[in-house]
Design a protein around this ligand. Structure first.
Ligand code: PMP
Length: 434
């Protein structure tokens, strides 16, 4: 077989025979433009290589876990060193206590920590802890918010019974009235409220949290003696070196962490305050790999960098460089590109593009030029991304816009300019950061 992506194609064909659907979950490229590669052979720093050996400047960071750069030397040395002593054993290594102490020291509300593997483990533990707290049933979640794939929270797919979600009520993010109404509907059975630090749903503009909404969530939990759960799985240590709502002065009772905490090594965590300590002690949770020492060593090394370096400021600087550059390019080429969310976790959607035709075409053109963007999911920047990387990215996206303009013709671009004006669209308004 020949062709630019012949290895990827051959792997997909083999996969279809032995992996249902060829791939599953967020790793499936089935909902992405056809040019998106399914398999990757390597990753280093800010770069990834597909199975056919093509290199990309990466803006997905493995959907979040890559914070410092792929295969960060310090983190991976710590992991290798622990690997030479032991990983999955009859009990945890001593560094489990170091890691719990470290996180408790870094996140204001936290007075204890428990470790697991994936974000779903942490959110499921938080849900059970909230129910255990006052032995109540009702859990409030924002409409459309992603908290993982356990039956109580999975957003779509077969295999979920109405009973699985019978005690899960929804509210609209940032809408205090709807939150209060959901709490009233839960009546004396309210166990807990889940919230993400800002609204980062797929397929839509990102929305910063309104401080009064965060305060209302805290107040309602206090009034009901229910637990406030902040799901930091996606945002953790990307917005702040501690909890994401600390700057608002709002402390949750529980917070869920995953993705970045070991820079890609498999570990997640539930952090809690003393209010929730008895409740969490009464639930039964565990897993064969939850106590493995290698990811804990990697987590400690990652947290060292988070505490001691300017990784966050550097990522933000690169994020602004990218956002400013793209804003100018989109304007220059006559496209209305909406960039929302914090610059370090950007979402990019075109105005007047409900079927993502432009989004798919533009990210596809960028991909062909060695820049890995996502057409409808928030992206992530890592600390290994350099100023030169972003400059190179912008040269390629400029070219991608040019190709998009050629593809869609002046009519489409004109329509975009019209959308820009006609809808009263204001880039500055949606260019917010939390
Ligand atoms: N919560 C949030 C906010 C997430 O973004 C995710 C994963 N994208 C999860 C929970 C679930 O994490 P995991 O995929 O590691 O189970």
């Amino acid at each position: 077989m020949t062709g630019r992506n012949s290895r990827d194609q051959a792997l997909r064909e083999r996969a279809h025979r032995v992996i249902p659907g060829g791939m599953y979950g967020h790793m499936s490229t089935a909902r992405l433009p056809a040019e998106y590669l399914q398999f990757f052979s390597a990753a280093h720093g800010s770069r990834i290589w597909d199975a056919d050996g093509h290199e990309y400047i990466d803006y997905m960071c493995a959907f979040g876990p890559n914070l410092l750069g792929y295969r960060d030397a310090g983190v991976d040395a710590a992991a290798r060193s622990q690997m030479s002593r032991g990983d999955t054993m009859n009990g945890p290594a001593p560094l489990m206590v170091d890691l719990a102490e470290r996180l408790v020291g870094m996140v204001d509300h936290a007075e204890w920590a428990m470790f697991c593997k994936n974000g779903t483990d942490a959110t499921a533990m938080a849900m059970a802890t909230a129910r255990s707290h006052r032995r109540r049933r009702k859990i409030l979640v924002a409409e459309g918010a992603y908290h993982g794939v356990a039956q109580w929270c999975v957003l779509r797919g077969d295999g979920v019974l109405p009973e699985d979600k019978a005690h899960v009520l929804t509210y609209r993010y940032n809408d205090i009235d709807s939150l209060a109404a959901a709490a009233r509907a839960a009546d004396n059975d309210l166990a807990g409220i889940f919230a993400t630090p800002y609204r980062h749903d797929t397929f839509r503009d990102q929305e910063p949290v309104l401080p009064e909404f965060a305060a209302a969530a805290r107040r309602i939990c206090d009034e009901h003696d229910a637990l406030l759960i902040l799901d930091e799985v996606r945002t953790g240590f990307r917005l702040a070196r501690g909890g994401s709502w600390e700057s608002l002065g709002i402390a949750p009772d529980l917070s869920c962490w995953g993705k970045v905490i070991a820079n890609g090594h498999p570990i997640s965590a539930l952090l809690g305050s003393d209010t929730a300590r008895d409740a969490v002690t009464r639930i039964f949770v565990t897993g064969s790999f939850w106590f493995s020492a290698v990811p804990m060593a990697a987590a400690l090394a990652t947290l060292d960098v988070i505490e001691a370096s300017d990784y966050l400021e550097r990522i933000e600087e690169r994020g602004h460089q990218l956002r400013d550059g793209l804003r100018q390019q989109a304007r220059h080429h006559g496209f209305a590109l909406r960039q929302t969310g914090p610059v370090q976790m950007p979402q990019m959607l075109f105005e007047d593009d409900p079927d993502l035709v432009l989004g798919h075409a533009w990210t596809g053109e960028a991909l062909a030029r060695g820049v890995y963007l996502h057409p409808y999911h928030n992206m992530f920047l890592c600390a290994a991304l350099t100023e030169q990387d972003v400059r190179t990215t912008l040269e390629r996206t400029d070219d991608a816009f040019r190709a998009l303009r050629r593809r869609s013709g002046d009519t489409r671009a004109g329509k975009q300019q019209h959308a820009n004006r006609g809808l009263g669209y204001d880039e500055e308004q949606v260019d917010h950061a939390t």
